[in-house]
Design a protein around this ligand. Structure first.
Ligand code: 4MI
Length: 398
């Protein structure tokens, strides 16, 4: 006899303001409801346990990306922009584009940027120490990536404010057409035009990461148009993710001063500490996949062509996987978190993200004893990202 498993159903809206303000109780409810939960409101499935999220991410043949990694199914409605040829692609296209970026963004290739990124962090932290009080989001979490990332890609200075506007479009664009989506898309035309104008060979510095993509056209590995599309991927993925990651790290250390002290006393914990930030306050909270065939998940049948919402941030606090999951602890082995994803689509830029964090928090660790909140931080709600709009800080010099 077959075992009958009751299918868990939830009426929660994971893109509502209430959910996004504090997702953690909802994550727990979804994890405990079952290995996969039907979200009635959108007619989709959700996974919130570490094992199931991981299994879905490592099975691209069943859980594809080519129908989009947001709520919208590209096979049923036109995407708001031409699909990414790496994020929103499956093998064999993905295999070819991914190989180019894997090479350009390898840890060894990215180490070449280290000296400049450390230098920029030290200059910025020196200025902020003189100021003493500032907004940790605008003046640090945004200011740093907005300087070093476009410099590294090889983009001109003018108009860089469009990068954050475009990031908001990209990450809110993975959600439903709600108020956050509409607000992000309000000025889409000029922002998209600016971004696309920076994706051509002529707009890129000769020694940057962007031009390295165009060099892959020499061997016939990519077409000229594909190279431009991969520069667009850099500009889509490389700014907001690190802005929210650095902002969330500042927020964690301001709220857990003893963890900052532990880190300062043990500088070798730096890399692990940033992984713990990514586990505990994941800048990227969710991604979707689409099933290519019917699949059984823990006794529940999911049909073909169904959207599945993967709660990376809920997997990161699954008590089946982590001890004391709701405790921020820089000493724990936080690797294995799902914030960078895993499998063939696992974050290709993670060496850059880690380098930026190491540069910023390494500079802070040398000179800052503590972060004091001078007012309540405010949240910036986003359909995909979790982070702050403002983080009023006072630095206590070491
Ligand atoms: C995971 S964040 C992200 C990655 C890739 C792209 C956008 C966002 C893209 O456009 O390729």
């Amino acid at each position: 006899m077959d075992t009958l498993i009751e299918r868990a159903v939830s009426s929660v809206d994971p893109f509502s303001h209430a959910f996004l303000e504090n997702p953690y109780p909802h994550h727990e409810a979804m994890r405990e409801a079952g290995p996969v939960v039907r979200l009635e409101r959108y007619g989709i499935w959700a996974m919130a346990r570490h094992q199931e999220v991981r299994d879905a991410l490592t099975d691209w043949q069943t859980y594809c990306s080519g129908a989009g990694v947001g709520l919208s199914d590209f096979r049923k409605e036109p995407p708001w922009r031409p699909p990414s040829i790496i994020l929103e692609a499956d093998p064999p296209l993905h295999t070819r584009t991914r190989a180019v970026l894997t090479r350009i963004l390898s840890p060894a290739a990215i180490n070449v940027l280290r000296e400049r990124l450390v230098q920029e962090a030290e200059v910025l932290i020196g200025r902020l120490l003189e100021k003493r009080e500032f907004d940790g989001i605008a003046e640090l979490a945004e200011a740093y990536p907005l300087k070093v990332f476009p410099d590294s890609v090889g983009i001109a200075e003018e108009g860089r404010e469009n990068l954050l506007r475009y990031g908001s479009m990209v990450f809110n664009g993975f959600g439903p057409r709600n108020d956050l989506f509409d607000k992000a898309m309000a000025n889409a035309g000029p922002v998209r035009d600016w971004i696309m104008s920076k994706c051509s060979r002529a707009a890129l510095a000769p020694d940057g990461l962007g031009m390295q993509i165009f060099r892959a056209t020499d061997s016939g590995e990519l077409s000229e148009a594909e190279a431009g599309m991969l520069v667009r991927s850099f500009l889509s993925a490389g700014v907001d993710t690190t802005v929210y990651g650095i902002g969330n790290a500042l927020y964690c250390f301001a709220n857990h001063p003893e963890q900052w002290t532990t880190l300062r006393e043990n500088p070798s914990l730096m890399r692990l500490a940033f992984e713990e930030v990514l586990r505990f306050e994941a800048p990227v909270q969710t991604f979707f996949r689409t099933t290519t065939k019917a699949v059984d998940v823990g006794g529940v049948q999911i049909g073909e062509g169904e959207k599945v919402l993967l709660f990376l941030a809920a997997a990161n606090r699954d008590p089946r996987r982590w001890e004391r999951p709701d405790q921020f602890d820089v000493r724990r082995r936080a690797t294995g978190h799902m914030t960078f994803g895993t499998g063939i689509h696992g974050c290709v830029g993670q060496a850059v993200a880690r380098l930026e964090a190491e540069a910023v928090f390494g500079a802070l660790a040398k000179r800052v004893a503590a972060f004091e909140l001078t007012a309540e931080p405010t949240r910036r709600l986003n359909n995909t990202l979790r982070g702050l709009d403002s983080l009023p800080l006072r630095l206590v010099p070491a």
